[in-house]
Each structure stands twice: as C-alpha cells, then as structure tokens.
Design a protein around this ligand. Structure first.
Ligand SMILES: Nc1ncnc2c1ncn2[C@@H]1O[C@H](COP(=O)(O)OP(=O)(O)O)[C@@H](O)[C@H]1O
Ligand SMILES: [Mg+2]
Length: 259
C-alpha cells in the first residue's frame, strides 16, 4: 500500500495538491507529507499535515510557538512517539521506518537545543556525526563557510558563544553528506551579525543544490531566504505560498504571527 505511492510521486511532474513548485512547472519532489498525524504519548499534536518540498528549495515553516513546527520536523525524522499518514523521502515511504534508516536517506537535523558536546572540542564536535550519504563537505570547505569555527577549532564546545555553537550545530550536519537539511530556529536569540552569517551560509548551501526546511520565528531572517512558506497552526498547515506572494500575504501573516 504505502510503497505504491513512491513511483507515482517520483513520476509526477508537480506536487499533488497543496502548494505547487515555485515555477508551477516540473518540480522534483524530494519530500512529501500527506495527512501526517503525530503523537507524544497520549497527546495528539499533528492533525493531518500536508506539505511538499522540491529538490533545491528552501522552505520555511512559520507559526506561533506551540503550533507544531518542531513536531513536524521530528515527525519527518521519526522522532515522535507515534506518527501516521505518508512521509515520502526521495521516493521512499518512511512512515514505518526507524529513525536511523530515515537519516540514511540523506537527512540532516539541526535541533532547537543544538546538542553541542561541552567537553569535546569544536572540531571533535564537527567530526562526530557519522556520514549518512556520500558527498559530504570537507572540513576545509566547512571552515571556509564558517571561519569562526576554524579559529575556535580546539576550544571546548561549552566555551563557544551561542552564535558559534549554532554555527557548529549547522556545520556538523554538512560533513554527513545529508542533502535535505531540517533546521529548527537557527537564528533564535543570536546577534544580528551571526544571523547574517547564517543567512549567507543558507544561500551558499542552496547554491550547492542542498534542500532546506527551516522552522523560523524570525520572519525578517526567513523572508528573503525562502522559496516557499507554510504557516502551521494547531498541528495543521493553514497557508502555503511562494516568495512571490509574500507581499500579498502580509495581512494574514500579521494576523497569525504578529509580523
Ligand atoms: N515531548 C512532548 N510531549 C508532549 N507534548 C509536547 C512535546 N513536545 C511538544 N509538545 C507540545 O506539542 C505542541 C507543538 O509543539 P512544537 O512542535 O514544539 O511547536 P513549535 O515548534 O511550533 O513551537 C505544543 O503544544 C507542545 O506543548
Ligand atoms: Mg519549535
């Protein structure tokens, strides 16, 4: 049953239902969620999320705190208590797969809590995650993208500033070869100069052909980076639109997000 969806999805020119690719033309579907529900224990958090991400896109999930954006990322990775519906990654139905199998389809996750090991050096933190696919960036390439990390390579993770820790938690998934990056609130609480550096990194990664799904509270950061947006509320997608429609959606965004 679930497997039958895969060829159909890869063969289709544009995502089914919901948002279309930015051009509306031949979209190369990398991730497709259909009617996804998720639970933590008895708590039913996602109530039928539908979303699609095309290869090479930057897609941003907007929403109020508690809307279900982090849970959507965790559901994709299999890190919730229970999930149902369909989550197709690269043509493979993953909703019944364990997290390690899902990661090996080329996913990289940067969690909200960053997860830096305080007693390991910056470089040891960088070298820690095992590859999930071929073609990961070299240390040299990563240091070229984040020069601060090169300077701090021998410093313990716990001694890095918040901004350095955030760069490290993004940088560390680039070595793994992941082609689909799930980034949770990476700009949160950081100084503007660091937020700008992260924005440049996102652009550079997009330029390398990586696909990025970002959860963001910081609309000013997300707005110029994303190709498409989803607004999540009460565990559902309530709006989906492309960057070209951003201006027209200002009123709705102000109402829903206060931005
Ligand atoms: N581990 C958990 N156990 C139970 N409920 C949770 C857990 N994590 C999050 N929630 C609840 O799920 C809802 C969605 O949370 P979350 O996905 O973190 O929202 P967002 O990232 O959009 O702020 C919230 O009501 C939150 O309290
Ligand atoms: Mg969150």
């Amino acid at each position: 049953m679930a497997e039958e969806m895969a060829p159909q999805l890869t063969a289709s020119a544009a995502p089914q239902g919901g948002a279309q690719g930015p051009s509306g033309g031949r979209a190369d579907l990398l991730l497709a969620l259909k009617d996804v529900h998720a639970w933590y224990g008895e708590s039913h958090i996602l109530h039928g999320v539908d979303l699609t991400v095309n290869r090479g896109e930057v897609v941003t999930l907007l929403g109020r705190n508690g809307a279900g954006r982090t849970t959507t990322l965790k559901a994709i990775l299999g890190l919730v208590g229970r999930r149902s519906g369909s989550i197709v990654v690269h043509g493979t139905e993953t909703v019944h797969l364990p997290p390690h199998r899902i990661a090996h389809l080329g996913l990289g996750y940067c969690p909200e809590e960053r997860g830096i090991f305080a007693s390991l050096s910056c470089e040891e933190n960088l070298l820690l995650p095992p590859p999930v696919a071929t073609g990961g960036m070299s240390l040299e390439e990563i240091y070229a993208m984040f020069p601060n990390l090169r300077e701090r390579r021998t410093s313990p993770g716990g001694r890095l500033s918040g901004g350095e820790q955030q760069m490290l938690s993004v940088a560390r998934i680039l070595r793994t070869g992941a082609k689909l990056l799930l980034l949770d609130e990476i700009s949160e609480g950081l100084a503007p100069v660091i937020v700008q550096a992260l924005g440049r990194a996102i652009r550079a990664l997009r330029g390398k052909g990586l696909t990025i799904v970002m959860v963001e509270q910081n609309f000013r950061f997300a707005a110029p980076l994303a190709d498409r947006f989803y607004v999540v509320e009460h565990g559902r997608v309530i709006e989906a639109f492309g960057a070209d429609e951003l201006e027209a959606r200002r009123g709705m965004l102000h109402e829903v997000l206060g931005v």
